[in-house]
Design a binder for this molecule. Structure first.
Ligand SMILES: CC(C)(COP(=O)(O)OP(=O)(O)OC[C@H]1O[C@@H](n2cnc3c(N)ncnc32)[C@H](O)[C@@H]1OP(=O)(O)O)[C@@H](O)C(=O)NCCC(=O)NCCS
Length: 188
């Protein structure tokens, strides 16, 4: 896989991380509002050092599974595609976050749609999935706009900040046809 550079609109690019992304990534990622909807392994507080270590780890691999979301010329979030192992290697979980300053502008809907289509080819996948908490309405909407379907309610499947929560399973398959309007509807 060569360098990734997917333009998602005049202001937004999904691309391979660079070492200089560490400072803006930490600035945008250091947020309880973001962390509360992600796995505990997402750093909190998110320091520049944690960002630099994360980026260095990615750049040291032959096949990065996580990409920067660049908005107005600087990294403002991330999107990852993590293939499973063994017999689950044809499935991958997609995960994503964006700095609060940019929420509600259609950026993540465009980014998830842009990454999902080529990710099947990049990683040899048949299925992409995501597990948003039920309370995370914005994430569910992002997935629906990017061609994913809700296929299950996973009751009491996760614990965050001591609270057991329900999550949804969203899936998109390699042969899914996404309406052009949904995939690239708004160009942030
Ligand atoms: C979830 C997140 C990625 C959304 O990014 P974004 O760029 O603001 O998303 P978009 O603007 O593309 O789309 C958000 C959609 O959700 C809708 N929405 C916002 N809040 C909502 C809510 N509480 N309930 C339902 N829908 C909501 C918006 O109206 C929009 O839909 P529309 O385009 O039909 O109007 C961002 O809020 C984030 O990073 N959150 C923290 C991390 C996270 O939750 N990651 C996903 C884990 S599964």
């Amino acid at each position: 896989m060569t360098d990734v550079h997917l333009r998602c609109g005049p202001r937004v690019v999904v691309r391979t991380f660079r070492p200089e992304d560490a400072a803006p990534l930490a600035r945008h990622g250091n947020s309880h509002a973001i962390w509360r909807n992600l796995r505990d392994r997402f750093p909190h507080p998110y320091t520049e050092e944690s960002a630099a270590t994360y980026i260095a780890g990615l750049l040291g691999t032959s096949r990065p599974t996580s990409f920067a979301i660049e908005v107005d010329g600087a990294a403002a979030g991330g999107v990852s595609v993590r293939p499973g192992e063994d017999i689950e290697r044809v499935s991958a979980e997609i995960g994503y976050w964006l700095g609060e300053a940019y929420w509600g502008q259609g950026i993540m809907s465009a980014a998830v749609a842009a990454v999902s289509a080529p990710a099947f080819e990049w990683f040899g996948l048949t299925r992409l999935f995501a597990l948003p908490f039920v309370r995370n309405g914005a994430s569910a909407r992002v997935l629906e706009r990017a061609g994913y379907s809700r296929t299950a309610l996973l009751r009491q499947s996760v614990i965050k900040e001591g609270q057991v929560l329900d999550a949804y399973l969203y899936e998109r398959h390699r042969d899914t046809t996404v309406a052009a309007e949904d995939a690239v509807g708004r160009r942030p």
